[in-house]
Structure formats: C-alpha cells, structure tokens
Design a protein around this ligand. Structure first.
Ligand code: NAI
Ligand code: AKG
Length: 410
C-alpha cells in the first residue's frame, strides 16, 4: 500500500556505534536505508546528514540542539540509545513535532555493577597499587586498605541506577544512605538523609546518579567536596557537568579525598581516535574510564532492540508510548482502516478544523485518538477511505494552520 512514507524510503541515520541489534531490527522491519557511523559527527557534517534523515539514533555524545534540529526538515523521530536525553533539546524537538525515545532501564545493571566494583577497588587502594606495580614498584601494605563491610555508601540520586547500586552494596554489608529531591521508597535498609550536605559529611564513598539538569550542574564543587570526610572517595558515572573537575583534582591532590572513579567528563572525545584531556590524568588514585558505565554487550544489545522497536512502532503505527517529550498515544491496530496522523501546535479550533475535513469529504472516522500538552497536540485518525482519498486527506491536513507534521501510516 502506498503511504506518504513507504519504509523503503525512510532514511535511518545511526551514530556513535549504535549496536548491530538496532540495525538488524530496522532491516527486519523493512527499513532498508540504514546508515551507521561509529562516531558522533562534527556539527557541520551532522547538519548536512540530518537534513534528509527521517529517523536519527544517537548515544550520549551527539548534541541535537535547536540549531541542528532546525536542519532536520524530514525528521520523524529521534532515538537515544542510552538512558540520558540531556544531549537533545527535547523542547525544540517537541515543538517541531518530533518525539524522542530512549532506553530507560537497559544499562542500569551495567552501571551499578561498575560502580560497586569501583567502590571495592577504591577502598582497597588498588588504582595506585596497580599503577605502581606497572612501574616496577611494590608496596605490600594494608595501610589505606579497607573492606566494604560496614562502610557508608552515600548515593546521590536514588533512581533506577542509584537503587540498584544500593541493593548490591547492602549485599556486601555496606550501610547505604541516599539523597534525592523526590521522596523515594527505601530498598532494604537504605536510609534517606535530610540533605546533600548530611550525606557528604557521613559517607565513606559518595556515588552520583542524578540526571543532567539545571539543578545538578556543578552540584559537587569545592564547597561540597570540602564537606566530604577526609579520606573519602567519590564516584561519578552520571554526567560530567555534575562535578567541578578542577575542584575534584585539587581535593585529590591535597589529600582531602583518598580516591575517585570518574566515567563521565565535562568534555568527552567524539570517538575512539580522539584525544582525551583531563586534569585527572596522571593521578594514580583515580580510576578513569571512557564513559563506559553502560557499555556491556548485554546492555548495548538490549538497548539496540528496545530503542529501535520504539522507533519502528512509532513509524509504523504512531504509538508514542514512553516518548520522553511528547503526548503519549498508544493505539490498537485497525487493519481495515487508513491511519493518518497529525501533529500540530495546540491552539483552539485545530481539532474541529481536522474533523471538518472528514465531514466535508464524507469520510467515515473509525477511531480517533487525541493527546495534547500545553504546546503540542497529537491526533491519530483511522478512516474508511481508499489510498487516494487518504493521501488527499493528508495534503489537506498538512494545510491546516499550525500543522507541524502529517503522515499517512497505512
Ligand atoms: N555512565 C554511563 O554510561 C551512564 C550514565 N547514566 C546517567 O545516570 C543518570 C541516572 O540514571 P537513572 O538512575 O536511570 O535515572 P533515574 O531518573 O531513574 O534517577 C535519577 C534520580 O535522580 C534524582 N534527582 C534528580 N535531580 C536531583 C537533584 N538535583 N538532587 C538529587 N536527586 C536528584 C531523581 O529524582 C531520580 O530519583 C542518567 O540520567 C544518566 O545521565 C545512565 C546510564 C549510563
Ligand atoms: O553508552 C552511552 O553511549 C551512554 C550511556 C549513558 O550515559 C546513558 O545511558 O545515559
């Protein structure tokens, strides 16, 4: 059946080495035009390539800001093949009628396991012992080496990852405290503390699991580091913007902190061939990892399947279920109808204009699903019409003032 975008004409642009499982999923669903890049692209190239892409898939590195999105005239949807969506201007995407999807749980366990491993390594002083052995040195000593048992782990951001870290830490005998801006159900024996400061003052190891938001920008800077216990350790596998990295380097240098593990940085290389620069380089008591908290084969495989499935479902049947920036509509199939979708600015009178088209054309509406937020309205209409009528209706829908996107799905 001829739709306004047959699958073979839909161009899928996948960046940053998105898993092969995503590519397979697209191919399996009939999307043959899949372009895969191992890295994120420089902005000028990104703008050029995104111009004719219908679906774009990224990980944490690619910045889809308003300017870049403005070039993407054909864009239907964005997939973040990760948890964080701070790299996309979600509001700009929404106003352009572009839903954004992510994989909110697929790499949770991978991050939690890495954080626990790092807590053990830091408490034992392994990074510096390992570095010394590599240089031909030898310090067989228990000094500065501790068991995890009975140590206090402070979790900042008690969400999906934070809670998993807490559960695993308790199984090692750690005492878990947490701070979150929301009231959270404590798992196991974990206890909420009254403030970030209290957590910093009590914890032997502090681990950060907040998203990047205006409130978490530089949440941990000189003042907060100074509140941490002398000899405490900091783990950051959240976002590089959460910690003042210069202040962290200073706190490690002057011995206030005994160690740190950092997976995310204010500026990260675009790809594996680019140089990594950080004030933490050369510090033996710091574990540096290249933003691989979620990089396990299991997680990447699952993320590839999950996000590609969401993008395909939206492209095929219009479901925006679990979109992070868009009115959520989930739709039963009506195989004997033609399905049209219309995304518009949410101004009074749009729905009646849409419905007037069907009455004027004497077209029977079999089902209609509308969901709006303050700025955007999303309506899916199943109609009894032939292909020619459906394509004609699509053109008429596109001409309604305030239209952002319109399509015939089937
Ligand atoms: N290093 C890596 O490879 C990975 C990093 N991440 C990062 O980890 C972050 C957390 O992931 P999830 O646990 O899945 O997210 P989540 O949304 O389940 O949990 C985040 C928690 O932080 C809390 N929070 C938000 N603002 C806060 C504030 N100002 N102060 C205290 N708490 C605050 C929220 O209420 C929520 O409970 C992601 O947003 C992402 O940036 C996620 C996956 C992999
Ligand atoms: O694996 C990636 O590229 C990003 C992981 C991450 O930071 C996330 O899922 O938010």
């Amino acid at each position: 059946m001829q739709t306004s975008y047959p699958r073979r004409d839909i161009k899928v642009l996948l960046l940053e080495g998105v898993s092969a499982s995503a590519v397979e999923n697209f191919h399996h669903a009939g999307y043959s035009q899949v372009e895969l890049h191992a890295k994120s692209l420089p902005e000028a190239e990104l703008k050029a390539r995104i111009a004719d892409a219908h679906i774009v898939g990224i990980r944490s590195r690619t910045q889809l800001n308003e300017d870049v999105l403005a070039q993407a005239k054909r864009l239907i949807a964005v997939g973040c093949f990760c948890i964080g969506t701070n790299q996309v201007d979600l509001n700009a995407a929404r106003k352009l009628g572009v839903p954004v999807f992510n994989a909110p749980y697929s790499n949770t366990r991978s991050v939690a396991e890495l954080v626990i491993a790092e807590a053990i390594m830091l408490l034992r002083g392994i990074p510096q012992k390992n570095a010394l052995c590599h240089r031909g040195g030898w310090t067989k000593s228990a000094s500065g080496s501790y068991e995890t048992r009975d140590k206090v782990l402070g979790i900042v951001g008690y969400g999906h990852i934070g809670t998993q870290v807490g559960v695993l830490a308790e199984s090692l005998g750690m005492r878990v405290i947490f701070h979150d801006i929301e009231t959270k159900l404590s798992l196991g024996n974990a206890r909420a503390v009254s403030s970030l400061n209290e957590l910093l003052e009590r914890a032997d190891v502090v681990t950060l699991h907040v998203p990047e938001t205006p409130a978490t920008q530089m949440m941990i800077k000189r003042e907060q580091l100074a509140r941490m216990r002398t000899g405490a350790m900091l783990i950051n596998a959240s976002r590089g913007s959460v910690v003042d990295i210069g202040a962290l380097a200073a706190a490690l240098r002057d011995g206030h902190l005994a160690g740190a593990a950092v997976d995310v940085f204010p500026v990260e290389p675009k790809g594996n061939d680019d140089a990594f620069v950080s004030p933490l380089i050369g510090m033996d008591n710091v574990i540096l990892t290249p933003h691989i908290g979620g990089s396990t084969l299991e997680a990447q495989d699952n993320i590839g399947i999950e996000v590609a499935s969401k993008l395909i479902r939206y492209s095929d049947n219009g479901s925006t279920l679990s979109a992070v920036n868009f009115p959520e509509v989930t739709l039963p199939e009506h195989p004997n109808s033609r399905r049209l979708l219309h995304i518009h600015r949410n101004v009074p009178g749009t729905l009646s204009r849409i419905n007037d088209l069907f009455s004027a054309g004497n077209i029977n509406v079999d089902a209609q699903f509308l969901q709006t937020d303050s700025e955007v309205g999303y309506v899916v209409i199943d109609v009894s019409a032939d292909t020619q009528q459906a394509n004609g209706l699509k053109e008429q829908l596109a001409a309604i003032p305030g239209t952002l996107r319109s399509r015939v799905l089937y």
